[in-house]
Design a protein around this ligand. Sequence first.
Ligand SMILES: CSCCC(=O)C(=O)COP(=O)(O)O
Ligand SMILES: [Zn+2]
Length: 213
Amino acid sequence: MNNTAQVQQLNPNAIALCTLGRWIASRHWVPATGGNFSIRQTDNMALVTASGKDKGELSPQDLLPVSWQADQLHCQYGTPSAETALHAQLYQLDPQIKAVLHTHSVHATVFSCLIGADNYPFRGYEMQKAISGIQSHEQTLTLAIFDNTQDIPALARQVQQRWKSKALPFALLVRGHGLYVWGYSLAEAKRHLEGWEFLINCELERLKITGKP
Ligand SMILES: CSCCC(=O)C(=O)COP(=O)(O)O
Ligand SMILES: [Zn+2]
């Protein structure tokens, strides 16, 4: 272990993200090596999960410091998540973002495959108020959906394009792949993850019963 990796063992952000990873795994939202997480350290640097790890069994040294300058990424050591470019894009789109969580739940994945449109409106659920900025179940909360691709920098550019017309409400879905959520604190990102998972589950159940999107 190098000196920087040793420092992470004492970093409260790194410890908190590992603890949250165990909770997320207990909900079966990061099976196998699916999912990745990050937490911002400075304006242009975050700790990002190492690629290919079981995200329910993370140690602080599995969180790698990654810095960015526009679309250029720099990692001092190790191999960060294959999806790091999307995390870096989100941090650049909103400097207030503190944490990004990406999960692979069965429900979000199946839901994303059933919806052909590039967004899906949620309306009428009290739980919408778990998402910052939503004060009423009567407000429409629109989840952006992107086609999956192995070209993560290209996906990051699509997110940037979509953000130009309106900031995304703390989440996006990648079809057949999984959910991304973020927050202005780690606790807020966790709340958004639980809120969006609940909303997606509700709509999936409704679709199963009524057959109507
Ligand atoms: C079986 S997971 C496939 C890759 C993926 O979508 C993911 O979220 C995990 O990739 P990482 O490089 O962050 O481990
Ligand atoms: Zn993924």
